[in-house]
Design a protein around this ligand. Sequence first.
Ligand SMILES: Nc1ncnc2c1ncn2[C@@H]1O[C@H](COP(=O)(O)OP(=O)(O)OP(=O)(O)O)[C@@H](O)[C@H]1O
Ligand SMILES: [Mg+2]
Ligand SMILES: [Mg+2]
Length: 480
Amino acid sequence: MKYEAVIGLEIHCELKTKTKIFCGCATGFGAEQNTHVCPVCLGLPGVLPTVNKRVVEFGIKAGLATNCTINKYSKFDRKNYYYPDLPKNWQTSQYDLPIAEHGWVDIDVDGEKKRIRLTRIHMEEDAGKLVHSGTTIKDSATSNVDYNRTGVPLLEIVSEPDLRSAEEARAYMEKIKAIMEYIDVSNCRMEEGNLRADINVSLRPAGTEELGTRTEMKNINSFKNLEDAINYEIERQQEVLEDGGHIVQETRTFDPARGITLSMRSKENAHDYRYMPEPDLPPIVTSEETIEKYRSELPELPDARRARLEKEYGLSDYDAGIITSSRAMAEYFDAVVATGADPKLAANWIMGDLAKNLNEDGIDITKSPVSAERLGKMIGLIMKDTISGKIAKKVFKEMWTNEDDPEKIVKDKGLVQITDTGAIEAAVDAAIAANPKAVEEYKGGKKKAIGALVGQVMKATRGKANPQMVNKMLAEKLAD
Ligand SMILES: Nc1ncnc2c1ncn2[C@@H]1O[C@H](COP(=O)(O)OP(=O)(O)OP(=O)(O)O)[C@@H](O)[C@H]1O
Ligand SMILES: [Mg+2]
Ligand SMILES: [Mg+2]
């Protein structure tokens, strides 16, 4: 039987507030264990939480940026469960009246647009972190709890089960990440756990509507793991079903080293959590004016920016999609263009040599050794015909480790393009004299043969001859 995969994501997004959601403790990452704690986030008896207004602002902004309806009356609820990383034995979260509901975002996969619905966005507190002495709890003699993360504000962004493949899930998560970066509510550093996803996967016979039983893989914190976990789980479930078995609703863990998912525990249902209204916090009532104020503070979002780059600069839909996929890259692009650089050249250099070098060195674009301004200047040299596109590759490489201005590098390394007609003519004549076969072929109608001659001239001038001039001069000389 042919099966269809059905996938829904719960994305947890850590907010970049200075303080925690219900107390004044700092949120910073990497501090010494249990130093960002107080009686409130430790859940000691007799304390009262207060809501960090910024968290509500960020929740509303995230909702608006993902086309949600904002609930003007929203409240917190207690989600009860027992685990050592949760000192109160309940997580203060939202249940039936989340801050935002019924949104959508558009994704692109293989050039096709698809709309993914958001069920809801709710605010909640993060739990603490278990620090094992070994690699997993099973091979650890001791496990410590670090409560620094307890009470760090989170948004949980829940999608409808609208995703059908690992690629779609990835595109969706990339879109959510981009939006959260653009509206500046989270650092979105996946390696620090700012953004992590619980993946829900089920299968159903292709062409049917009813949802199959789902399994859930928690805390996936890289795009690669997201795709690998989904693909593995689809295959595993397919095998179970094909062998006549059924899928057990359960929470599984993904082991990135082995690329497999493993059963962890049977899945709780909502009623197991005994949700109840949080009596220590008042409901959140938001006015139309406040919502409109937050809406007016939103920046241009990825889709709008992409459309603008296509319209204003004539970038292709694909290129504009890549450039706007992160706020940092879009801003870098704008800064390059602001120097007067041709936008299409700017896009090509950013997606080509810059991306390649950043990737190889594992550097974020915000820390690029070649600043937008310097890349802009280098593109300016190409536009002025001071260097050819090919030589520019050498210049760019040099700029990666040399802080000098591109103009200085070009001069120092003797890379200035030869546009002197006399010098080019000499090289052209030499190439013609040395390659009678190519000349004959060209004259006999095989126009492509000119390529070999151009190649000769470029070689003789160490790539510095202006290629347009070389082509033109060769064609003229061979015409008679
Ligand atoms: N049969 C299914 N197959 C795949 N995904 C599903 C299926 N049913 C629900 N989902 C997805 O699973 C997710 C459920 O998330 P939700 O937060 O509502 O509840 P939960 O997982 O039960 O609770 P918790 O927040 O405690 O993990 C949603 O993204 C939803 O689209
Ligand atoms: Mg959930
Ligand atoms: Mg879940």
